[in-house]
Every structure is written in C-alpha cells, then in structure tokens.
Write a protein that binds this ligand. Structure first.
Ligand code: UDP
Length: 460
C-alpha cells in the first residue's frame, strides 16, 4: 500500500507504532497517515482492536489488542447516545491488554526502540500506558482544527454556566470567542449525560497536551486561524498534514462491503447532475425521516445516489422505503448500502452532497469541489456544518424537522438556483487550494516533512 516514490527514506529501520480507534471515520485517516510515514521510510506497527480489524497491509506489522474482550463490551449499542460511552469503555477495557502487547513488542525489538506511538486522540488510556513504558506519543486528530478549538473552549463555557444548556432559547446564542459558532453547536449530544461528555472531552484535551505533538487531518489554507489558536493554546508542536485521503488515496479500510456498481450508474448521468446522499457510518434516522427523505428526493425530480446502510434506521417496527418510491424514481435514483464515497464525490456526475458533516465527509467533499446540503447529527458535525455554511460558504444547513417539501426546496436550491451556483464556484476554489497544499513545497507537504524529521529526532 506504500505510496509512490519520490520521498527520501527516513533513517532505515526506525519504527513508528500506531493505534487507531476502530471506527470508519477514525481508522481510515490513521491508515492513510501510516501510508504517508511508510512511504518516507518508516516501518509501521499497528495495534488494533479485535473487532473492525483493518485489512492487512504488506510490510506492516499488525498487533491485535484484547482479543478476549467481547466486541459487545466495546462497540456502541447502536444508538447515537452510546458513542461517547463506548469510547470511555474502550479505554478502560483495553488498557491492560495494550500494556501487555506494548511491553511484548518493545521486548521483541530490544535495541531498536520505536520513534513514537501515534494514537487516536480518543485513546488517552493507551497514552498513559505508553508514558509508563517510556514511549513518546503523538496524537492524531481525525476531526478538524475548529473542532479542537471548540473542545478547548468547552470547560470555560461550563464555568460560565452556559453548558449544560439551561434554556433552548439560547441555542442560537453567538459565541464571540468562537465565531461563527453558536452555543447549540457546542451541545455535542442531546442524550449523553453532561458529566460523561465533559469527561470524554477532558481526556481528548489531555491526550493532546501530554503528547509530544498533535497531527491534524486538515490543511492550513482551510483552517489557518483555528490552527494558530491551537498552536498558541496547546504548547506542543502541531502538524496540519491533510487531506490525508488525497495524499494516500489507496490506504483505507472499509468496514462494510462497498457497492461499486453505482460508479457505472454515475457514468450514465449528466455532469454535475446527481445529489449524493450519505450520513456516514454512525448517524441514524427514524423511519419517519427516511420516508420524508425519500419523497423529498423523489419530488425534487433530480437524480440522486442514496446510501442506506443496514443500521441507518433505528426503529423496532417496520423499516423500509415507502411504497411507490421505486417506481417514481426508477432510472434517476439509485440506492446502495455502502458506496465508494471518495470515488463517488470525485465523479464528474456528482454535483451535490447531502452530508451529516462528519469531518472525513466534509473534507472529502471540499477536496472534490462538491457543495453540500448539511444535516449534522451529533459530535463535531454541527461545527463542521457551521463552517461549511458561514466560513467557506460552500453549502447550507437543512434545519429543523425533516419534511419532504423542505428537502425538495433545498435540493433545488443547490442544483437550480444562483445561490447554489455560487457555492459550487467557491467549492471549486477550495478544491484548488487542497490540491496546492499537497504539492512539493505546499503547506501540508512541508508539514509532513517536518513531522517525519520530528519523529526522527525523538530520543532512541
Ligand atoms: N463512507 C464510505 N461509503 C459510504 C459512506 C461513508 O466510504 O457509503 C466513508 C466516507 O468516505 C468517510 C467515512 O466513511 O471517509 C465516514 O467518516 P465521517 O468522518 O464522515 O463520518 P462518521 O462515519 O465518522 O460519522
């Protein structure tokens, strides 16, 4: 999977250890980073949970952690509500197993100490273990810089009594120090208890502060101001090395079977005519929302490609598309259970993306110049959507209750109105900037070189 040549090999044999979180939006960026480092001559050892294990990569060493821990103890129960709880459980339940695995790896490689351990910023528990065993850590943030700035500001909002939210009338309150964010964007979950959320964010911030450096999957032309805030606020080196999925396009691990037939279908559609609809790997909707979405797309009379993953709808009753939907949309609509999203967004037929604004999806859309209809669900998604709408102006939020009429109007606004055209032009500009930053001497290429140099300079 190593990328093309052209990059000077680092000190031969220096090894980097990596530990991703086993969720789609976290695993792929870590594998892409691994590929970037491997292409520069570092050897890779990848620790991973037994469930959602990454596909093997030639030349890497894979070390499963906590094989005996039942997956049911670690994965979210299926609702958005449990994701934060699952992160905390993951750290607790696997910490001991990781200590054993790390010690074994260090003993086996005696005399060739690894440069460092790069871990997902949600793995503070593993960082404590690495500290104990004398292994320096770097933290990978798979979210954007704006999100990390917001996490940094979270305790102050709690101290001021603004969080947890007391009054729904305050949802739209502008946050002067975090412009353009509003207080509602900082309510990362409506179901996770405030204490649990605070605990989780505190651990993320600790992982950053106690690390030797923070790696962020973004680029400075996109989030320069927020990156500066992080550099000043954290006191550790910060490396903006994205967009990783473009720098290492072959490195990823899909957790669901990808239906590539949609690419043939896209080949038959007109340029920039198709709306791609996908809300990532974790967000869900109700059956009622599914039905409204179906009729909204049908009534827009525009072509669409819609990802309905197996667990998209959380409901105990009957799940499915409404009667008559398939007949009405035959020929201009396609539904798949999992798409090759990056290829889809890069396809000439795709002209818009209805997204939940997970950071990977947001970045993937930006990098292909595709404007967005934003429908954030939880976590950092509201922040990303706010930036898409207010800062980069490459999309707009579909707010409030999902209703077919509103959906139809939003799709038409993006594809048929001047406002949508302007968003498309700005999206193209951002795409160009993303392309530039990866070139030799570009901001991300430069930061990657600095990161590798930094890793090499860490004590053996
Ligand atoms: N994805 C995909 N096929 C799909 C839907 C999503 O490959 O049909 C990928 C997408 O390209 C992205 C990841 O899944 O890289 C989702 O990550 P994101 O951060 O956007 O959202 P999350 O799933 O973490 O909420």
């Amino acid at each position: 999977m190593a990328s093309e040549a052209g990059k000077a090999p680092a000190i031969p044999g220096r090894r980097v250890l990596m530990f991703p979180l086993p969720f789609q939006g976290h695993l792929s960026p870590m594998l892409q980073l691994a590929d970037v480092l491997h292409a520069r001559g570092l050897r890779v050892t990848l620790f991973h949970a037994a469930f959602n294990a990454p596909d093997p990569v030639a030349g890497y060493r894979f070390v499963p952690v906590g094989a005996g821990v039942p997956a049911a103890d670690l994965v979210p129960t299926g609702s958005d509500a449990d994701f934060v709880g699952a992160l905390l459980r993951f750290n607790e339940r696997l910490q001991g197993a990781f200590q054993d695995s790390l010690r074994e790896v260090l003993e086996e490689e005696e005399g060739a100490r690894p440069a460092c351990l790069v871990l997902d910023s949600n793995l503070r528990g593993m960082q404590v273990v690495a500290d104990r065993l004398g292994v320096p850590t770097l933290v990978l943030r798979t979210g954007g810089a704006a999100c990390l700035v917001a996490y940094m500001a979270f305790p102050a909002l709690c101290d001021k009594g603004l969080l947890p939210l007391q009054d729904h009338a305050q949802l739209n309150m502008p946050l002067d120090d975090l412009q353009p964010l509003q207080l509602g964007d900082m309510v990362f979950s409506t179901t996770t208890p405030h204490e649990t959320m605070s605990n989780c964010l505190e651990r993320i911030m600790e992982s950053a502060r106690y690390s030797s450096g923070v790696i962020i999957n973004t680029f400075s032309e996109l989030e320069g101001a927020d990156l500066q805030k992080i550099i000043h606020g954290l006191g550790v080196p910060v490396y903006a090395v994205g967009p990783l999925h473009k720098i290492s396009p072959s490195a990823q691990s899909s957790m669901l079977d990808t239906d590539k037939t949609c690419l043939n279908w896209l080949d038959k559609q007109e340029v920039k005519s198709v709306l791609f609809v996908s809300i990532g790997s974790l967000a869900s909707m109700t059956q009622e929302e599914l039905v409204e979405t179906a009729w909204g797309l049908a009534n827009s009379c525009l072509p669409f490609l819609w990802v309905i993953r197996p667990n998209l709808v959380q409901c105990s009753g009957k799940v499915g598309l409404p009667e008559g939907f398939e007949e009405v949309t035959r020929g201009r609509g396609m539904v798949v259970s999992w798409a090759p999203q990056q290829e889809v967004l890069g396809h000439q037929a795709v002209g818009g993306f209805w997204t939940h604004n997970g950071w990977n999806s947001t970045l993937e859309s930006i990098c292909e110049g595709v404007p967005m209809i934003c429908r954030p669900h939880f976590a950092d998604q509201m922040i990303n959507a706010r930036y898409v709408q207010e800062v980069w102006k490459v999309g707009f939020e579909l707010e409030g209750k999902l209703e077919r009429g509103k959906i139809e109007r939003s799709v038409r606004k993006l594809f048929c109105q001047e406002e949508g055209g302007e968003m498309r032009r700005r999206a193209k500009d951002l795409e160009d900037k993303a392309t530039e930053c990866m070139k030799k001497g570009g901001s991300s290429e430069t930061r990657i070189n600095l990161l590798v140099d930094f890793m090499m300079s860490l004590p053996c």
